[in-house]
Design a protein around this ligand. Structure first.
Ligand SMILES: [Zn+2]
Length: 265
């Protein structure tokens, strides 16, 4: 059994065949999927997607993603709080900082990103919710804001930082989301880091429809989906030199602990 701790199942890329996508995942043994948000305009779509009857458990998370900083406003923060209070949100996410694209590094945008991230961390504190964090080219700043507004727990999704950053995040009570990055040929550093970490330190994710593992692309896949969680699990098991089943079970247990999900779906 397995949990995909990060998949944008509400995305338009799944509009035509979401039922089949879920069925494929279920057949393969995926038991549940955490579906993080990225902007307020799609909160209702996300709630609706997760409320549909399904053979899998779908857990929504709500948050304002740093890459859409130009679209967020004060009203959206209030809307976010409303969703946290009134819907079964398992976490606040995805939230964080991104300095990868020049437009996101522009001084005003960068300041807005930091303010929004801090405001959402405060919401997480107030509502005692775990966080799902997006960090790209901004680990130092993410860590320093997390030290100021400590979340109860959380996941740093698609972790691709340095060893000391991984340890700092673990110290803050977070775990690392392992997904598409480990499938990249140049992921030596990440494989090296996970080998040294305790087995409570990671969870598995796909980030579908993005981050299609290259091995799946070679076999003809053109869109990532939750069934490909197994691809990432296989690569993580290889890096750890442990049986696939043990890695899947450990990742599931870690996800349930961090997001405080019930022991059984
Ligand atoms: Zn994502």
């Amino acid at each position: 059994m397995a949990i995909d701790s990060h998949c944008h199942l509400d995305d338009a890329a799944f509009a035509a065949d979401r039922g089949q996508v879920l069925q494929r995942a279920r057949w393969a043994g995926v038991q549940g999927i955490v579906v993080p948000a990225y902007k307020a305009a799609y909160f209702a779509r996300l709630a609706d997607c997760c409320a549909q009857p399904s053979s899998l458990k779908l857990w929504p998370a709500y948050g304002l993603h740093p890459c859409y900083i130009h679209e967020h406003s004060e009203v959206h923060l209030q809307e976010l709080e409303h969703y946290l209070e009134s819907s079964p949100a398992v976490a606040l996410g995805e939230i964080g900082l991104d300095r990868y694209l020049p437009a996101l590094r522009e001084p005003d945008r960068w300041r807005q990103q930091q303010e929004l991230f801090a405001a959402q961390l405060q919401l997480a504190e107030r509502h005692r919710r775990p966080v799902i964090i997006h960090a790209r080219h901004a680990y130092a700043e993410v860590i320093s804001l997390l030290r100021r507004h400590r979340p109860v727990s959380g996941i740093v999704h698609a972790f691709n930082g340095r060893p000391e950053q991984a340890y700092a995040l673990l110290d803050l009570g977070l775990v690392l989301g392992i997904g598409g990055v480990i499938a990249q040929a140049q992921a030596h550093r990440l494989r090296d880091i996970v080998r040294r970490l305790p087995e409570e330190a990671w969870v598995l994710e796909t980030d579908a429809p993005d981050m299609l593992p290259y091995s799946a692309y070679r076999r003809g896949w053109r869109r990532n989906e939750p069934v490909l969680l197994y691809e990432n699990a296989r690569l993580l098991a290889q890096a750890l030199n442990r049986p696939l089943r043990a890695v899947m079970a450990q990742a599931e247990q870690n996800t349930r602990r961090i997001l405080r999900l019930p022991a059984q779906c």
